[in-house]
Design a protein around this ligand. Structure first.
Ligand SMILES: *Cc1c(COP(=O)(O)O)cnc(C)c1O
Length: 352
């Protein structure tokens, strides 16, 4: 039996996507070849790539000013790639908002290339809220945020206003709701949370912010080189791109982002409602900042943690253990998570 998989990432995709992907692994569109043994420059794969890019543009309403790339190295490589492409080589300066572990890693990498101003942080309360009304200096090369904090269960509901390019790590909430791409300089996301398998990294970059640093950028880290090569400067992650494309097709066929938002809001409301009304559990995140993707919660009596995990396991529920830095539990309820699975978790909580 398929499990109710609440993994934070790599995480679930729709069953239909898994089925199509497994077929293509053996025989891609009746070519007699596997999707992973054809040339990335073949017309068959180029069609896959073009379709993936077109779907990203259509679903997210990406304006002409921005390019869509599928790169490798995960969001973690974007921590340094964003900095090396945007931070001026002389007196480079960037503003970062620290909302958790991933922000912190981005801050550390950016520090290799220039001055990093942490203009706000939620560290004082173990990152259980999103700092608001942050004053951003006007002389920074860019501003970096983490739109959804996968570990701490917080999420931006509106984005900071800035004249400098706004860079967002959207690894764990991309494609979960509509966003105004025109407001961002760079959006990046490791695919493995809400888009596809690990191995591909989606980057949406505004062209006119590039090429202004005055520094020499190694080819593999240079967005302009990847734009010119249409993500094929080197061999792209073909299978991860293919499965991402299938997942985007599925998303589009199922009502796009508007329908996804509705489903995500409904699932999250059910689960938070249970946490808030069940005397055994608690969620310590500021209500207005609660993530619709990663729902964190604690047992008031933590000595019962293992018992609860065992009860989950018995009900076919996997991967609800919280991140070690927060403890307790985390239910990641990305797009592909069926409401029935959320209900299965709630049933266990009710009985517990
Ligand atoms: C998972 C995650 C990352 C790390 O992504 P990799 O692809 O493993 O490098 C970065 N940021 C956020 C918000 C994440 O959820």
């Amino acid at each position: 039996m398929k499990k109710h998989n609440f993994s934070a990432g790599p995480s679930i995709l729709p069953q239909e996507v898994f089925e199509k992907a497994s077929k293509a692994l053996l025989d891609f569109e009746n070519t007699g070849l596997s999707i992973i043994e054809i040339s990335h420059r073949s017309k068959e794969f180029v069609a896959v790539y073009d379709k993936a890019v077109a779907l990203v543009k259509e679903i997210l309403n990406v304006p002409e000013t921005h390019e869509v790339l599928f790169l490798q190295g995960g969001a973690s490589t974007q921590f340094l790639m964003t900095a090396i492409n945007l931070m001026k080589s002389e007196n480079g300066k960037a503003a970062y908002i620290n909302t958790g572990a991933w922000s912190k890693k981005a801050i550390k990498e950016a520090g290799l290339f220039g001055e990093v101003n942490v203009v706000a942080t939620s560290e004082d309360t173990n990152h259980n809220y999103i700092p608001k009304n942050v004053e951003i200096p006007s002389d920074v090369d860019y501003v970096h945020i983490t739109s959804n904090n996968t570990i701490f269960g917080t999420q931006y509901k509106s984005f900071p206003e800035t004249n400098a390019p706004l860079v967002a790590d959207m690894s764990s909430d991309i494609f979960s709701k509509p966003i105004d791409v025109s407001k961002f300089g760079i959006i990046y996301a490791g695919a493995q949370k809400n888009l596809g398998p690990a191995g591909a990294t989606l980057v949406i970059v505004k062209k006119d912010i590039l090429g202004k640093t005055g520094r020499t950028i190694p080819s593999m880290l240079d967005y302009q080189i990847h734009i010119k090569g249409e993500s094929m400067f080197n061999t792209p992650p073909v299978f991860a791109i293919y499965v991402s494309m299938l997942n985007l097709e599925y998303l589009k066929a199922n009502g796009g982002l508007e329908a996804a938002t509705k489903r995500n809001e409904e699932k999250a409301a059910l689960l938070y409602n249970e946490i808030d009304n069940n005397p055994s559990f608690v969620n310590n995140v500021a209500k207005e900042d609660r993530s619709l993707m990663n729902v964190v919660f604690l047992l008031k009596d933590e000595s019962k943690n293992d018992e609860f995990l065992a009860a989950c396991s018995e009900a076919g529920i996997s991967n609800v253990k919280g991140h070690r830095s927060v403890g307790g539990f985390r239910a990641s309820i990305y797009n592909a998570m069926p409401i029935e699975s959320v209900q299965a978790l709630i049933d266990v909580m009710k009985k517990f």
